[in-house]
Ligand binder design. Structure first.
Ligand code: SAH
Length: 251
């Protein structure tokens, strides 16, 4: 059984208990070295063989998994955040399926959730936005029809843009075509790592501020009025609102 594990955003204590137990007992660990904090592996078993997938292609990763399985060794594949978000994870699962190798997936704390935590914000404010769009700008991976940044921006939803801070100028100028120029925006670099940085601004000035801070990778850009202070109180905790678990009071 190969275990795919979401390693969380960076802070090694943001790994699930299940993920940690599997990593600490693994014989073979393949981890995405460009983003996974190596401290996540600090309690690996003595003699565990550790591969950094940053320098490996898909076939090489699969060969290590297959070899480990054949020898009856415990193999774990450690992805940053949660593997389901830009993890290049599906192609590995499908290949294991074809090889008849069983696998499981242990979810992790995605960086977009860590970003909300360090910003101390909620993405879904009543009266502001009830929708969160996770997306990226077109890089070497093309964007499917209808998913260009401007198409998505028209929804005025909370938007979280992965993998694109290196194109922050183009990102901000595109979003300015759909959102107000003074829409708040923030860039979170290495959320929960020791060298985390947060840059706050608006769509008008965020690109300049990010450049001045020297941030060009490993960051999320978050955009929307959820970063502001105007919103409605939730119905869930409204004292006059009755729901399944609580009867509202009459005013
Ligand atoms: N599966 C990962 C995302 C992998 S794609 C997850 O769930 O978070 C890599 C991109 O994720 C980076 O370019 C950056 O945009 C974002 N990212 C990953 N870790 C981050 C962190 N700690 N802080 C900010 N952004 C991060």
């Amino acid at each position: 059984m190969v275990s795919f594990i979401g390693a969380g955003p960076g802070d090694p204590e943001l790994l699930t208990i299940k993920g940690k137990k599997l990593i600490d007992s693994a014989d073979i660990i393949i981890y995405a070295g460009s983003l996974v904090n190596p401290q996540v592996l600090s309690d690996a078993k003595e003699g565990a063989v550790i591969y950094n997938s940053a320098g490996m292609n898909l076939e090489e990763v699969l060969a290590v998994m297959k070899d480990g399985e054949e020898k009856g060794l415990k193999v774990v594949r450690v992805h940053t955040g949660d593997p389901a978000v830009y993890g290049a994870h599906r192609e590995q699962m499908d290949a294991l399926e074809r090889m008849g190798i069983a696998y499981e997936v242990i979810p992790g704390v995605s960086s977009f959730l860590a970003a909300a935590a360090v910003l101390k914000k909620e993405y879904t404010l009543p009266g502001v936005s009830q929708t969160v769009i996770l997306t990226r700008m077109e890089g070497r991976t093309p964007m499917p029809e209808g998913e260009k940044l401007l198409d998505l921006a028209r929804h005025q939803a909370t938007m979280i843009i992965f993998l694109s801070v290196g194109m922050i100028e183009e990102l901000a100028s595109t979003l300015r075509q759909a959102y107000r120029e003074d829409t708040p925006a923030a860039v979170v670099y290495k959320a929960t790592w020791e060298d985390q940085k947060i840059v706050r601004g608006t769509l008008r000035d965020i690109a300049d501020k990010v450049k001045a801070a020297g941030i060009c990778k490993t960051a999320l850009t978050v955009v929307g009025d959820f970063l502001g202070d105007d919103y409605e109180l939730s119905k869930l905790y409204d004292k006059t609102f009755t729901h399944e678990f609580r009867k509202g009071v009459q005013e």
